[in-house]
Ligand binder design. Sequence first.
Ligand code: ADP
Ligand code: MG
Length: 268
Amino acid sequence: MTALNLATQNGLRPEAAEIATSPLAIRGLTVSYGEKPAIFSVDMTIRPGSMTAIIGPNGAGKSTLLKAALGIIRPLSGQTTVFGRPLDTQRARIAYVPQRASVDWDFPTTVLDVVLMGLYRELGLLRLVRSSHRKTAIDALQRVGMADFADRQIGQLSGGQQQRVFLARALAQGADLYLLDEPFAGVDAATEKAIIAVLKSLKAVGKTVVAVHHDLATVEQYFDHAFLINVRPVAEGTVAEAFTAESLQAAYGGRLATAQIDRLSQAG
Ligand code: ADP
Ligand code: MG
């Protein structure tokens, strides 16, 4: 029996049961940087163990959605629950890989140190790095094919290599929910393959992955669920349910290459 069925059986209404079992459930989230909201009244319910693509045009509020859901920026209104509990009690279970363009790559630190940052909760106040921590970090670097670079300065790596290191940091954390903001942006094909393999291996052991994804051509191949947004939520569900010509038209309007919509119209 699924967790959702169990929660329903325990007397919760379907909506409440869904929230109680969701790795990330957002209700009524509105964020504004100025007068116009960047995201407006967003509800999103991520399925346990799913791989969800967050899709929408530039400026649609995708990064804002992740940051507000994590409490990195303060929303005007709305709630987030993580595994049915308040966000603040569940932070150790969430790994976040920000959009690469938003990170300062010039700070003087080694690849190993960046990955060890993923373990800061375990390192404690004194930041004591034990050999077991170092092993966890090296294991994570191995999984993304970057173990040979452990002693390099992070600023000396290519964009794709940096992205792998930040994924390694998320892996070292041993989280249950992985939020990634455009993990494939500006990376080479080999890195994209390596990253998707790691994400699929996380899903295979029951972890939940949510990624902002801008390449519409690979949505069906990489993800099983999709959430379309353009300031307001547009569609949510399995890729078959949500990634349709209609919802793409609604999210992108005239901004989408018509070839993409034609292809989906013919397929569906
Ligand atoms: P996306 O990730 O979908 O491209 P963002 O969430 O980055 O979109 O941005 C949504 C909107 O909010 C955009 O119009 C963007 O210009 C604006 N915005 C994002 N961050 C800030 C900020 N720190 N200050 C002011 N406006 C911002
Ligand atoms: Mg963004």
